[in-house]
Write a protein that binds this ligand. Structure first.
Ligand code: HEM
Length: 435
């Protein structure tokens, strides 16, 4: 008995010594841009107003699991899909984010015309992690697609975004808009990036829905050139846009989410394909839901993804008309109305969707919608329809819930009418098809 008590006491002593050591070896998760693993490179980022943050350019999340062959994978696919809903539900409950610790200013909308970045997202946000390490397969696309063929692909893309963001913080909003406009017009095939096509017709870029309101093409050229240098002919332009959109949101404060890859590039881009396939700022909720349904997305996806308007700007020609008629003007908060009149010295002026936190993905945008402070008529309409109002209210109070749904919805958007396998091609450069 005395011997047993002795052994027990010895075990307790060892545990007491080891537990602080072990605890210090496994610090809590921190946002991916803020991790400081040894051997990785920290960079300092200066925002427009010279706010300084530290980012880790080498910190890239590559799934650790090994990949099966295509056949093995397709056998597992059904099983995975079955478990997927269950898994997503669980994930939602798993992540706790603490924004209280960060002191973001929320100046009154009147005080901010063309807002400047506050502090680069330094929140204590855990990356959205998977319960298992197994990659998800999404309609022919899969996570970790380039793990064997170009393991540095996602890192090159992310570093490109960070570099660009240092010079111009508006780039983070520009990229996801490009992605939406690519995916909704004949699928996510990089067609919006084309300058010319073999048929020589007018390209998507020239549509009034695109035109001056889309940008970011030079960044994509740069990144694509670097990818071609490292892994020629491997990474598609459409995938670059998908990963880059994720990185843009993450740079703006969204927790990391995995993106499926495997898209191939299309070979045509026609201006006439744009009509009827992109949402318009005066769309009704019906029109938006119908459009999203046609693309395989539902009303909830619409409300989730509209949260992308938490960052970025709109030109006055997209909303100033609301002040011209009393019926429309009554849906605009009078103070926002004044800002519109004051700021829109011409139709080409711009105002931030969320002037209080223009460069930060957060639920402030939804809160403002509920106060009639939505710039776009279409955004504001979401607070008036029974199918969408409840979701706006919910996300305005549940930022974490919205975050968790956002990555899932982005992957749904990124799976719209994709070309995979042997379809399409891998363009050498994103502005022209390979001949
Ligand atoms: C569903 C209805 C939608 C409508 C009617 C709509 C319309 C617009 C309009 C009119 C602008 C302003 C363009 C300008 O004046 O320069 C804009 C900007 C933007 N949109 Fe949307 N959009 C919708 C959905 C989405 C979705 C689903 C996403 C992302 C997944 C998105 C991401 C963005 C971003 C990030 C900007 C800011 C771009 C920048 O600052 O460069 N939008 N959108």
């Amino acid at each position: 008995m005395a011997a047993k008590v002795g052994i027990f006491a010895a075990i307790l002593l060892v545990c007491a010594i080891l537990s602080p050591l072990l605890a210090s070896s496994f610090p809590n998760h921190r946002p991916e841009f803020l991790e400081h693993d040894s051997g990785k490179t920290d960079v300092t980022i200066h925002g427009d107003n010279n706010n300084v943050v530290h980012a880790n350019v080498n910190d890239i999340a590559i799934p650790c699991s090994n990949y099966e062959t295509r056949n093995e994978r397709s056998l597992k696919e059904k099983k995975k899909k079955k478990n997927k809903n269950k898994k997503n539900k669980k994930e939602m409950n798993h992540h706790e984010h603490d924004f209280e610790a960060f002191n973001f200013e929320h100046p009154q909308i009147e005080g901010v015309r063309h807002g400047y970045p506050q502090v680069f997202p330094e929140h204590n946000v855990d990356p959205i992690t998977k319960e298992h390490e197994e990659p998800e397969i999404l309609e022919g696309l899969r996570e970790g697609f380039y793990q064997n063929t170009c393991p540095q692909a996602e890192e090159i893309i992310r570093n490109g975004l960070i570099r660009a963001f240092q010079n111009d913080s508006t780039i983070a909003a520009a990229i996801p808009r490009l992605f939406l406009h690519d995916c909704f017009v004949k699928g996510c095939d990089g067609s919006i990036l084309l300058d010319t096509t073999p048929t020589g017709g007018k390209i998507e870029k020239l549509s009034p829905s695109n035109g001056i309101t889309v940008k970011g093409f030079e960044l994509i050229d740069e990144i694509k050139a670097e990818l071609e240098e490292n892994c020629p002919g491997i990474v598609s332009c459409s995938d670059v846009l998908a990963y880059l959109s994720r990185d843009a949101f993450v740079a703006s404060g969204l927790p990391h989410y995995e993106v499926s890859g495997g898209r191939r590039d299309g070979m045509e881009s026609r201006v006439e394909n744009v009509v009827g396939n992109l949402p318009l700022p005066d769309d009704t909720v019906d029109q938006m839901i119908q459009l999203f349904n046609r693309k395989g997305l539902n009303a909830e996806d619409l409300v989730v993804l509209i949260g992308a308007h938490s960052i970025g700007v709109a030109h006055c020609f997209n909303f100033l008309y609301r002040m011209d008629t009393p019926e429309k003007a009554q849906m605009v908060d009078p103070r926002l109305g004044n800002v519109m009149k004051f700021t829109c010295t011409g139709q080409m002026s711009t105002i931030a969707f969320d002037a209080t936190t223009q460069y930060k993905m957060d639920s402030v945008f939804y809160k403002q919608l509920l106060m009639k402070k939505g710039l776009l008529e279409s955004d504001q309409a979401l607070t008036q329809d029974i199918r969408t109002r409840g979701l706006v209210q919910r996300f305005s109070n549940d930022e974490v819930g919205w975050f968790n749904k956002f990555g899932v919805a982005m992957n749904k958007l990124g799976a719209v009418e994709v070309l995979t396998g042997n379809q399409g091609q891998i363009r050498k450069q994103c502005r022209a098809v390979n001949l």
